[in-house]
Design a protein around this ligand. Structure first.
Ligand code: ADP
Ligand code: MG
Length: 394
């Protein structure tokens, strides 16, 4: 991987454009409701300031679709960033590029932090238009990407502008993502076990296919498991089953067998007639009564999965084991989170809902790496080259 890390760049006195992921949730009255994403980038920003850089942070926020949307201005994000840095203002520009942005940056001194206005106020950002890439590049001397979560998109701020700056590299957060996910794909400690769940097999087929060549065992849960069980002739009642993915599921089963990968499917399930049921009952996973839906893995399945995980060398987890958002169907997912946290394996969790589940379980600090990229981590684990990563190579 020929990507420079922050410490290898000569940033003193330079204007460093830092592509960050400040796409944070906002409350109705426009405040930042969860600043996790801002906090995650603080080490990179602090390192740059300590090294004497003029830091220019840039992100998108929400989906303004190429127009100025007052509610999606970066102003509250800049205010929260300033709070978290705790020593002075963050200057927010009133446009993502152009004269307004340039004037603010020209006034910035070493150690100052500027935040550009929402990149997606300009339609040329997501279109990766060369004119916008050049305007952004003109604001900086060095390009740093610390936004792994948007690295799977080829936009002006993630790809287009990179060729027009004199130096490029990865921020601390981005570097750790590449290191951790990269190690899973080549050189994961054995046995390497992947846990895949969530809603759809079809969403995850590229990941499953790539991982089948790497893992020793594949543990399946969530609604995804229903499709595998249906593909083998099981009765699923009213459970979520992807009827157009049955063939794909059969192919995965056959490929796992030919590669000698153990593919573990649920043996029991927690079922209920509706998502709003106050509780469920446990039945065999391939004999779901006609009026019931499988909404979580059952206790026997959980015990078998825990047992298997206890001897893992590395674990990659994407996709909840059940409808963990509802208390009666959360036990499988919470139990797996505890098992992953308790194991001495190198553990990596990726995926928006999966990360939410781990946070909910209170075990996040015992996981080796929690990926900040939902879609990006899945594309990476599928073996794809992310355009925003490729652009950083020198
Ligand atoms: P991630 O965001 O981590 O990639 P997904 O989006 O693939 O995960 O899947 C998460 C969703 O899958 C959750 O909203 C969860 O409620 C749902 N889910 C999991 N198991 C089931 C099930 N048995 N039936 C219906 N939905 C399920
Ligand atoms: Mg999801």
């Amino acid at each position: 991987m020929a990507i420079k890390r922050l410490d290898e760049l000569a940033v003193a006195g330079k204007r460093v454009f830092c592509r960050v992921d400040f796409n944070v949730p906002l409350t109705d009255d426009g405040n930042v409701s969860d600043d996790t994403r801002i906090s995650k980038v603080l080490p990179t920003i602090k390192r740059l300031r300590d090294a004497g850089a003029r830091v220019i942070c840039a992100s998108h926020l929400g989906r303004p679709k190429g127009k100025v949307v007052e509610k999606l201005r970066m102003e509250p994000v800049g205010a929260r960033l300033a709070d978290l840095l705790g020593d002075g203002d963050v200057l927010v520009t009133d446009e993502p590029s152009g004269d307004g942005a340039r004037q603010v940056i020209d006034r910035a001194r070493e150690g100052d932090v500027v935040l550009l206005e929402n990149l997606r106020f300009d339609a040329r950002e997501t279109e990766n238009e060369d004119s916008f890439a050049r305007e952004l590049a003109a604001l900086a001397d060095i390009y740093l990407n610390d936004a792994f979560g948007t690295a799977h998109r080829a936009h002006a701020s993630t790809v287009g502008m990179v060729q027009y700056v004199e130096q490029r590299g990865a921020g601390l957060l981005m570097f750790r993502e590449l290191e951790m996910l990269g190690r899973l794909l080549s050189g994961a400690p054995k046995p390497f076990i992947a846990i895949l769940g969530g809603a759809k097999v079809s969403d995850k087929l590229p990941v499953i296919t790539n991982l089948l060549g790497k893992v020793d065992a594949l543990i399946i849960g969530g609604a995804m498991a229903n499709t595998f069980i249906a593909a083998q002739g099981g009765a699923l009642g009213r459970s979520m089953v992807e009827s157009d993915a049955l063939d794909a599921a059969r192919q995965v089963l056959a490929r796992a067998q030919s590669k000698g990968v153990d593919l573990l499917l649920p043996v029991d399930a927690v079922v209920a007639p509706s998502l709003d049921a106050a509780g469920g009952e446990t039945v065999p996973a391939d004999a779901i009564p006609a009026e019931q839906m499988a909404l979580d893995i059952g206790p026997q399945t959980l015990a078998a999965y825990r047992d298997r995980l206890s001897s893992a060398g590395a674990v990659f987890w994407n996709g909840p084991m059940g409808v963990f958002e509802k208390e009666p169907f959360a036990a499988g997912t919470m139990g797996i989170a505890e098992a992953v946290a308790a194991s001495s394996a190198m553990s990596v969790v990726g995926g928006g809902d999966s990360v939410a589940a781990v946070v909910k379980s209170g075990t996040a600090d015992k996981i080796t790496h929690i990926s900040t990229g939902g879609g990006a981590s899945l594309e990476f684990m599928s073996g794809k080259t992310l355009p925003g990563v490729a652009a950083l190579e020198v």
